[in-house]
Design a binder for this molecule. Sequence first.
Ligand code: PLP
Length: 398
Amino acid sequence: MISEKMKGFVKNSSAIRAMFEEGKKMAAKYGADHVYDFSLGNPNVPAPAEVKDAIIDIVTNEDPVLVHGYMNNSGYEDVRETLAEHLNSLYGTSYGAGNLLMTVGAAGGLNVIFKTLLNPGDEVVTMTPYFGEYRAYAGNFDAKLVEAATDPETFYPDLEDLGAKITGRTKAVIVNSPNNPTGVVYPEQVIRDLAELLERKSAEYGTPIMLISDEPYREIVFDGAEVPWIPSFYRNTIVGSSYSKTLSLPGERIGFLLIPSGIDDFEDVTAACNTANRILGFVNAPSLMQRVAARCCEAKTDVDFYDRNRRLLYESLEEYGYTCVKPEGAFYLWMKSPEEDERAFAAKAKDEEQILVVPGRSFGCAGWVRIAYCVSHETIEGSLPGFRRIAESYGLGR
Ligand code: PLP
């Protein structure tokens, strides 16, 4: 009954989601306190108090017909205006409502932009490791996701390899900083070099290469790390943003695309994105949440909560002899598997210590695992003896 294409998607369906389900089963079996589930990027920090206040105020005091009604497919004009002004205050830009399109989370935004840009056979290049759903999103439009390497020490893009992977079929390059799964934040020089490469390649092939910056973790950074505003460095940039992580609202499905006026074919691209939002079946982003986003765009999540988890986990794992990338942003820790096949390591951690981590091949990078530390501090503390025992069993730290 189901389509050939869906058969493929179902077969390759997210290993992370499967693990999350497994975690729930294990919690029922062993008790939630004895399962250390680091599989999913589901924030454990509650949404800031402003969110609840805004919801109550909006449903109490705003016109219900307006609040719950249909609207322009791009979203409420006043909401987009408010968010544009907020971005302007942060980045010294001059965006207006016409530069924003409210989306069903970052995922919805990426599908809108891919639908807008991609013909069958087009290519989107990303750097390993990467958020595995990009492959399915490109596949939705019969385009191909092409993997380029990162530097094995820093996990910054390997620009030589990226340059080699860009061809006449490349429509877009997608970057994600702060990064899921490595926690790496690309510094300004990396963005400058990337922009220079993309200018050069666009000129070489005589067609613009769009840079898509997928930024759901922009505000979750540590030790004063700065996240450059990429449109300031590369004209043909579209930013995909989301409140899933920065306001802890992943189930509410709200985000936006920022499309600067200076990109090539701006009018066509925005008109197509508006239409794509509708015909993908989203119609528009959830109306109440749009209004909440406008009211709460200055609210902050509790970054210190993640930082506390990050420091305890990173310092402990390093002490036990594991090799980790010190996260500068997002809430993921990227750890080298003590044995070559990281799936075997993940299975051992699960079976022997009820610790759930995600094998790196879900992100196109074998030999590593991702630990999502957006969990309670007690989960981190409780997991440490198990991590230590596993390290000892591999003879680490001797
Ligand atoms: N992009 C990256 C890098 C992510 O990690 C995620 C979610 O984990 C998404 C996009 C999707 O975010 P959203 O829940 O806003 O759709």
